[in-house]
Design a protein around this ligand. Structure first.
Ligand code: UDP
Length: 381
């Protein structure tokens, strides 16, 4: 099957890393079109997945846009829609991986008469999107998509609650190749030495820096723990959240955490880094659509604590395969960090159980087969 994948971003977020896994089996015949250039294009090229950057003006519609901004944004999209519709004529199916890609794909699918699949990786709730943006996404998906693949039940439920047609949605969890999540002991030791945190209890936070990802909650929790408890923050502000970055640094000073916290920026060696941590914290304050980092922590064999909302609840069973805490509650998070630090055997048991379960539940081969079956049905419609 010849698939035209579309993604608005050149930057590497969870949606883009997940798309690489979905596109891989189709690399002989597919094309990934991006609306802007960046590391995502480089990584696709490295994996021999055909990619083209459709360089145009940046799309101005933001997650908070109202109706006027949205309409202005749409009119500027026409050249892009025409371009994509022409390219789509050579493919069997259009696969939109992000919301702005959906907007373009919906009309391109209409003009090129190619079926449209929307991989929904966002929770369409007021926490994340303006009313207008939710309406636009749902209306276009209802009208033009043959299939909406939601990346969790939470994502699927939010789509339906926002008015999305239940009949066209299916949920498929992101898949992972477990072999990629094994780090050698030498590499782990080297990383701990490089971090200069050899005898410390390290809590890792792996996420782009953004207010709703709740890095500040982890800082508050660390300040409530004894001084051997430290944190590393792995990830960059991808979408201009400079004020929040400045706020986090002020918070480090105000809480006197300068020697206990490190910001490492974006890293591609997340497997040894996660493996070098004693605990990984997911601290989103708004519901997480899926939360790749949660499954990755499990596959690395590192205990995970996650904020109990959205897809995270589907991934973690409290005190069985990790810990859950109320989003935003830094005291609860600190208590769980201390449990992990003080009851190492219990933490190890939970991490081992999570590792076994994650290998079964999020196997990339299985999820890719599920997607292939769904796409085959779409082609027949
Ligand atoms: N990630 C990475 N390097 C970093 C920070 C994050 O490769 O420095 C990866 C992380 O391992 C995960 C993805 O970025 O695979 C983030 O996905 P997630 O679903 O957790 O969040 P999203 O970006 O989709 O909101």
């Amino acid at each position: 099957m010849k698939i035209l994948f579309l993604d608005q971003s050149g930057k590497l977020g969870g949606a883009e890393l997940s798309l690489i896994d979905v596109a891989q089996p189709y690399r002989e015949t597919c094309l990934v079109c991006l609306f802007s250039d960046g590391h995502f294009r480089e990584l696709l090229e490295e994996k021999n997945i055909p990619v083209e950057v459709i360089a145009t003006q940046p799309i101005k519609v933001s997650k908070e846009s109202g109706i006027i901004e949205s309409l202005k944004g749409f009119t500027s999209l026409f050249p892009l829609i025409v371009k994509i519709a022409n390219i789509a004529a050579n493919y069997d199916l259009i696969y939109a991986n992000t919301q702005k890609a959906l907007v373009v794909s919906a009309f391109a699918s209409f003009f090129s008469r190619r079926p449209l699949v929307y991989h929904l990786r966002d929770i369409l709730s007021p926490d994340h999107f303006s009313r207008t943006n939710r309406q636009v996404a749902v209306t276009l998906a209802n009208q033009f998509a043959s299939l909406v693949i939601a990346n969790s039940q939470a994502t699927q439920n939010a789509f339906i609650a926002a008015g999305g047609r239940k009949k066209i949605t299916e949920f498929v969890y992101n898949g992972f190749n477990p072999e990629k999540y094994i780090a050698s002991q030498d590499k782990i030791t080297q990383i701990r030495q490089e971090l200069g945190l050899n005898n410390k209890f390290i809590v890792g936070h792996f996420s782009r820096i953004s207010p709703w990802k709740g890095q500040d909650i982890l800082l508050e929790a660390i300040a409530k723990c004894p001084s051997d408890v430290t944190a590393i923050f792995v990830g960059d502000a991808l979408f201009g959240e400079d004020d929040y970055v400045a706020y986090l640094h002020q918070q480090v000073d105000a809480l006197n955490l300068q020697d206990r916290v490190k910001f490492l920026g974006f890293r591609s060696d997340i497997v040894p880094l996660m493996s070098a941590c004693n605990l990984i914290a997911h601290t989103s304050t708004a519901p997480e659509p899926f939360g790749r980092v949660i499954v990755e922590a499990m596959l690395c064999g590192t205990p995970i604590v996650a904020a109990a909302a959205g897809g995270a609840i589907e991934l973690v069973e409290n005190e069985k395969t990790g810990w859950l805490f109320s989003p935003g509650n830094s005291q609860q998070l600190a208590d769980i960090i201390m449990t992990c630090r003080d009851r190492k055997e219990q933490a190890k048991l939970i991490a081992n159980r999570a590792l076994i379960q994650a290998r079964q539940r999020f196997d990339l081969n299985v999820t890719n087969q599920q997607i292939a079956r769904l796409l085959a049905k779409c082609q027949l419609v």
